[in-house]
Design a protein around this ligand. Structure first.
Ligand code: XUL
Ligand code: CO
Length: 449
């Protein structure tokens, strides 16, 4: 179907000859095999519909600046249908196999849910047709249970039962769309599932209600035989002062409290990790430790801004760290991928900037994959970490791990040992050298890529 709606060529691979960034991939080659798998299978890139096709680049102080080739459509339904054509050509030109969307990204709301669903179904018909002819499909979809004014105090956690009811009804249709379009995952980001202030909040009751909504989604997915991996996307704050899915650890505890941990995994986002006071790598590692890594929203924040600016990722140190985790895990998640929950800056307002942002993001993660593969190949991290914990492999360490000793045995083991002997069992972590080694691997690996 490749027409020329965007007035842009398909993005070529240009390699690393020139250091100047242009509209070509320096590192990403879909079929290049790295650590036993083609790059496209490690990375499984997805384009976020809301940022790339809907976002006008507004901020709290200013109107949108974006210029898009579909701006000529003024009627909301004609625009919605046209955008689908533009979106599929965009995926094809970029060479990505997946996209992600909220229900409300696709079509305008009507006065009733019935009318809204009818608008949505027309657009989904169009998507279904293009999926068939291109093979491009949703990595995940979700329901926007936070944009409309009815969700001012939350959806599943709203104090108003009619809003909860509407949320469930809206969610039902999103699950049906997931089935129809063959989404691989279904995401819940609790956009307003938190509180502004504790004085007027029944925190326990709100969390019980949230768990109920998630359970209803699981029940209905069984009823319609929907085969998706359910994901929760943690974020600590914004829009509410405190969001219940604060970070990976809090979300895991919530899922375990309500017995939902077998049915959900996590979709982790770089900028959200920073807002929670964590690195992206931390969030991925916490999810891995709990066996709950599901998928990734690839973006980054700004060190100087304390809000969710969703920049395209360009930080090689961060992408190396994240891809190291993924290589160590063997995959992003059973059905995971890298969704660019990213938008160009407000000053980068042209259609070409949309391509440029994705190219930079894809190259940043492809470069991270190359560096991480080399770190794995040379067993740089693995040998350092196993050496650091080797005292648990035998003697008192293995007795601690296998549970054959208690405090009494530890006391007799330690009571008369001189301080100097205990201190002599510790070693320098050489952390400065470790950090420099990662930097050296980035420079050296990419220099030879
Ligand atoms: C908001 C955010 C969302 C989710 C999907 O910060 O990340 O776009 O990814 O609702
Ligand atoms: Co996100």
């Amino acid at each position: 179907m490749m027409t020329d709606l965007w007035n842009t060529d398909a993005v070529p691979f240009v390699g690393t000859e020139s250091s100047r960034q242009g509209l070509g991939f320096r590192y990403y080659q879909a079929d290049r095999v790295v650590a036993g798998k083609p790059m496209k299978d490690w990375l499984r890139f997805a384009v976020a519909y809301w940022h790339t096709f809907d976002q006008r680049l507004v901020d709290p102080f200013g109107e949108g600046t974006a210029t898009r080739p579909f701006d000529k459509y003024t009627d909301p339904m004609s625009l919605a249908l046209a955008k689908v054509d533009y979106s599929f050509e965009f995926y094809q030109k970029l060479g990505v196999d997946f996209f992600c969307f909220h229900d409300r990204d696709l079509a305008p709301e009507g006065d009733t849910l019935r009318q809204t669903n009818a608008n949505l179904d027309r657009v989904v018909d169009q998507i279904e047709g293009l999926q068939k002819s291109t093979g491009i499909s949703p990595l995940w979809n979700t329901s926007s249970l936070f944009t409309n004014a009815r969700f001012l105090a939350g959806a599943g956690t709203s104090p108003y039962a009619d809003v909860f009811a509407y949320s469930g009804a809206q969610l039902k249709h999103s699950l049906e769309i997931a089935k129809r379009l063959g989404s691989q995952n279904y995401v819940f980001w609790g956009g307003r599932e938190g509180y502004e202030n504790l004085w007027n909040t029944d925190l326990r009751r709100e969390q019980d209600h949230m768990a109920k909504l998630l359970q209803m989604a699981l029940d209905y997915s069984r009823e319609i035989d929907l085969d998706v991996q359910f994901l929760i996307e943690p974020k600590p704050k914004e829009p509410t002062t405190h969001q219940y899915d604060f970070d990976a650890a809090t979300t895991i505890a919530f899922l375990k409290t309500y017995g939902l941990d077998d049915s959900f995994k996590l979709n982790l986002e770089g900028n959200h990790a920073n807002l929670a006071g964590h690195t992206y790598q931390h969030e991925v590692r916490v999810a891995r430790a709990a066996g709950m890594l599901g998928s990734l929203d690839a973006n980054q924040g700004d060190k100087l801004l304390g809000w969710d600016i969703d920049e395209f990722p360009s930080d090689l140190y961060e992408s190396t760290a994240v891809m190291w985790e993924i290589l160590d895990e063997g995959e992003i998640g059973p059905r995971g991928g890298l969704n660019f929950d990213s938008k160009p800056r407000r000053t980068s307002f042209t259609a070409e900037d949309l391509f440029q942002g994705h190219i930079v993001g894809m190259d940043t993660y492809a470069a991270g994959l190359l560096v991480a593969a080399k770190l794995h190949e040379d067993n740089v991290i693995g040998s350092m970490v196993s050496e650091r914990y080797s005292s648990y492999d035998s003697g008192i360490g293995s007795e601690i791990e296998n549970g054959s000793v208690g405090l009494t045995e530890l006391e007799s083991y330690s009571l008369d040992v001189p301080q100097s002997e205990i201190i002599a069992k510790t070693q320098s972590d050489r952390l400065e050298a470790v950090k420099a080694t990662i930097g050296n691997y980035i420079v050296d690996t990419l220099g030879r890529a």
